[in-house]
Design a protein around this ligand. Structure first.
Ligand code: FAD
Length: 394
């Protein structure tokens, strides 16, 4: 029996584990190691903050997905990987592997900016626990309005949720007739609004400038944060921004356990089959992958690896590993692209970039109420698909 260990129980890890088990039934023991027994549909976290979803609506138990399919689950953090000895260490065990899949996502590096984050003075939308806390802070603003800052610090590589929250907060405040009491600032490391770490998507710069102007959402671009004090964000250029509520995305790095396999920020270089460039028996997918930015920017920003991209990577990596194990034909390379549905409160936008970075064959940002319906429908579809382990579905 071939031993396969998968690190991470989210979009990438679960998809890869289910696909490997499906393709290698009877030939491989698949074990998922994750520090969290919850699969959370992360794209809906802004809706949890707004009070439009409950945590239970978007959460599944990883063990409930894996055990009926004969996949072992170790609910512990991987602490270290020894790629020469082919072993993963957790606090309580050593797991030997023939093949390893890494899908451990980002480490949210609040520590790189003093005062940033839920243990400091700002809120965050990136985990379920953070979103639940941010939802309470948002309720407090509705009860006692004041200035709101939403945005992304330097070295972020996921900009969509901050844009969504700026639009959703605007819509909710207008619905409650409170908008005139809450100035909203979109603060970002991006060189222009709509850059999103990928050099824009079609007309996204003009699109966001117009949509922000219509809603009187101010923006401040090209900014790096020095530190956050209670009620005040201090930028590296000396500007001080007062706030009552601030939701700021933190810098991303790779998680500690996989950092030695990657670049100085812990993201890991891969080949076209998402294999580690030195250790060919290690596949790396999702946010853990290193992708060079499309262009230098005055303040460094990272390239987003979306859920859509992560699922594609997981399927291709699983196919490639299974082909190697069974001696079957290896899959050809695939073009990575972005397809995103961004909520805007009353409406939504569909954003596409193919390939991911410019120059591109196709890229656009289009607004339509129907995108909002598609986004809610996709949430239900994806949770159904994961609950039943139908990883082969699109
Ligand atoms: C708020 C928000 C909104 C988003 N909206 C969209 C959207 O609209 N569309 C879209 O396409 N994408 C969206 N994304 C991006 C999408 O969620 C990510 O691309 C996707 O989650 C990446 O999957 P992953 O498996 O690489 O990492 P993650 O989802 O981050 O999962 C990492 C997993 O590894 C586990 N882990 C971490 N460290 C260890 C360790 N040491 N040992 C064991 N396990 C570990 C974690 O517990 C987790 O299970 C959004 C993300 C966020 C946060």
């Amino acid at each position: 029996m071939v031993k396969i260990v998968v690190l991470g129980g989210s979009f990438g890890g679960l998809t890869a584990a289910l696909e490997l088990k499906r393709r290698l039934a009877g030939r491989a023991e698949v074990t998922v190691v994750s520090d969290d027994d919850r699969f959370v549909f992360l794209p809906s976290l802004p809706w949890v903050i707004m009070g439009w979803r409950r945590p239970a609506d978007i959460t599944l138990r990883v063990s409930d997905i894996l055990s009926p399919r004969g996949i072992a689950f170790v609910n512990e953090a991987a602490l270290a990987i020894d790629p020469e000895a082919r072993r993963v260490a957790t606090a309580h065990r050593q797991l030997a592997y023939d093949y390893l899949v890494v899908s451990t996502g980002p480490r949210l590096a609040f520590d790189e900016i003093p005062g940033l984050g839920p243990n400091g003075h700002t809120d965050c939308a990136f985990t379920l626990d953070h979103a639940a806390k941010t939802a309470r802070a948002w309720k407090a603003i509705l009860a006692d309005p004041g200035p709101v800052v939403v945005g992304s610090s330097q070295m972020v590589s996921c900009f969509g949720p901050s844009y969504e929250l700026a639009f959703e907060m605007d819509a909710e405040l207008r619905r409650r007739k409170l908008r005139h009491r809450v100035p909203i600032l979109y603060l970002t490391s991006e060189p222009y609004v709509g850059h999103m770490g990928v050099g824009g998507l079609g007309n996204s710069r003009r699109f966001f400038e117009d949509e922000f102007a219509e809603r009187e959402i101010k923006s401040l671009v090209n900014q790096a944060i020095e530190e956050v004090a209670p009620g005040e964000i201090r930028l590296k250029d000396g500007t001080r921004i007062p706030f009552k509520f601030a939701m700021i995305a933190p810098p991303f790095t790779g998680v500690e356990a996989v950092k030695p396999l990657g670049n100085p920020r812990g993201f890991i270089a891969v080949d076209q089959a998402y294999r580690h460039t030195k250790y060919h028996n290690i596949a790396v997918i999702g946010v853990a992958v290193a992708i060079a930015p499309p262009e230098p920017t005055p303040v460094p920003v990272g390239v987003p690896k979306t859920g859509f991209m992560t699922i594609k990577m997981a399927k291709l990596a699983a196919h490639s590993l299974a082909a190697e194990i069974t001696g079957g034909p290896a899959p050809g390379p695939e073009t990575l692209s972005v397809l995103c549905m961004m909520d805007m409160g009353q409406t939504a936008a569909l954003m596409k970039a193919s390939p991911l970075l410019p120059p591109r064959q196709e890229s656009y940002t289009k607004k339509g109420w129907w995108v909002k319906g598609m986004k809610a429908g996709f949430e239900r579809y994806f949770l159904y698909k994961m609950r039943h382990g139908y990883s082969q579905w699109p």
